[in-house]
Design a protein around this ligand. Structure first.
Ligand code: FES
Length: 108
């Protein structure tokens, strides 16, 4: 089976309306606690090489720390210049105080 749920963080490690960066299978992911739920996206901005975990969560949007590009957290949608390429998103869920992310190992 190529898809697997991976435990990535405890819920108490991510403040409300905040995010953390984690490394999984050689990629950096951003794990969010926002709008009452948990979300996961690629952790590096699609514009340049900036770690989104250093950015700000505002109303369900992550703002990149380098040039303030913005992405919708739930969908990864790029919301305008300077970002134009959407972030890849991953299914996330919480169970027993742990956040899990579904990763497909057959794709990059
Ligand atoms: S690196 Fe993120 S907006 Fe430029």
């Amino acid at each position: 089976m190529a898809e697997q749920w991976h435990p990535v963080a405890r819920t108490d490690e991510i403040d409300e309306e905040d995010l953390i960066a984690i490394e999984l299978d050689g990629r950096t992911l951003a794990i969010y606690n926002s709008d009452g739920g948990y979300f996961a996206t690629d952790g590096i901005c699609t514009h340049e090489d900036a770690c989104l975990a250093d950015g700000l969560v505002i109303d369900g949007v992550i703002e990149c720390p380098m040039h303030q590009g913005r992405f919708r957290i739930a969908t990864g949608k790029a919301l305008g210049a300077p970002v134009s390429v959407d972030l890849k998103t991953y299914p996330a869920r919480e169970e027993g105080g742990q956040v899990f992310v579904l990763i497909d190992r057959t794709t990059g």
